[in-house]
Design a protein around this ligand. Sequence first.
Ligand SMILES: NC(=O)c1ccc[n+]([C@@H]2O[C@H](COP(=O)([O-])OP(=O)(O)OC[C@H]3O[C@@H](n4cnc5c(N)ncnc54)[C@H](O)[C@@H]3O)[C@@H](O)[C@H]2O)c1
Ligand SMILES: [Zn+2]
Ligand SMILES: [Zn+2]
Length: 379
Amino acid sequence: MMDTAGQVIRCKAAVAWAPNMPLAIEEIEVAPPQANEVRIKIVATGVCHTDLYYLFESKREEGFPAVLGHEGAGIVESVGPGVAEFQPGDKVIPLPISQCGECRFCMSPKSNLCEKGWFSGYDGLMSTPESRFTCKGKKVLQFMETSTFSEYTVINKNAVAKIDPAAPLDKVFVLGCGVCTGYGAAINTAKVEPGSSCAVFGLGAVGLAAVMGCQAAGAGRIIAVDINPKRFEKAKVLGATDLVNPEDHDRPISQVLADMTNGGVDYSIECTGDVEVMRSALESCVKGWGVSVIVGCTDMHDFAARPIQLIAGRTWKGSLLGGYKLKVGVPDLVTAYLDKKVKLDEFITHHMTLDQVNSAIELMKLGQCIRTVMSVSPQ
Ligand SMILES: NC(=O)c1ccc[n+]([C@@H]2O[C@H](COP(=O)([O-])OP(=O)(O)OC[C@H]3O[C@@H](n4cnc5c(N)ncnc54)[C@H](O)[C@@H]3O)[C@@H](O)[C@H]2O)c1
Ligand SMILES: [Zn+2]
Ligand SMILES: [Zn+2]
């Protein structure tokens, strides 16, 4: 293999030149990693709904051109000065939230936020000006610091996790966002208890992982809710005990769930990004102690609820990347997969290459895939 360390790499990437347009497969230049940075050859990546959100739904004109993609896995190609933790050849997963290990948030066990990285100054823009990409003489921004729709990317060492060398990258990439997010929302944020009743709204990869998390936590009843009945089969495989399609009912879904559970579920987890669903998920919880977790992303709309819902003892929480401190949480989940304690294969429904990224996006828009794995660079 040619030694590329210290050199600009010319490679293929899917560039989002502007919102609401298909991505363009382009040759880009990827600069060598600077101090504390790692250059990674991306082997596999998936599309998460948050990529679609940024491209089609968030209605932002700024933040482009950018290379999207934040759920991926790869191999370290080279490291910049000051990086002792990684070596060329290490298998890694890029992290959408960094973990510097030193800031107020990293020092607290209560949060997985970090004062470093794109999310720390979050103003609705998910692409950061700090970027090692150029294309056709223009600077191309990095998305959620990771930009996995590229054969190579450069990421700060705080936002990279080293994983078990035995891990199959074309499977564990789903831990880079979707599965880690849903699973952790149940385990870490909701803190689902054995024997409890749970409802999960939205059964994409995130919601299905929440179903799996509820099952791992020992929930007695797991009600999976989606308007797309194609999702139900996978939900059953991952632990759902009841399947509910709101379109089969002519009354509010919260009433349907209340009737099924003697007054409401102990835990509900919203994984759609729809503010009406967030409200229904809260109202589906039992008064007294019900906990509802918002996972779906939007900063377009306010949400609403009657204060009495909370006064009566319900708790409304949000969860980012499943509440995991990701540098530790992601490698632990990779190990759990290798030990057959966590399922990942079930989430991968389609196989493509990076050139087909627009088809992968289309499949997700149509609700026809859970995750499409795209091969990016050969290993
Ligand atoms: N909080 C985080 O850290 C985090 C991380 C990753 C993704 N997300 C967000 O989680 C959400 C889910 O992501 P995904 O990749 O699984 O998306 P997805 O598009 O694959 O799945 C969403 C599911 O919600 C269902 N749905 C839509 N409207 C519904 C309704 N009214 N009632 C019931 N179900 C409905 C859809 O049919 C679909 O099955 C997105 O909003 C995404 O942006 C959040
Ligand atoms: Zn930090
Ligand atoms: Zn995501």
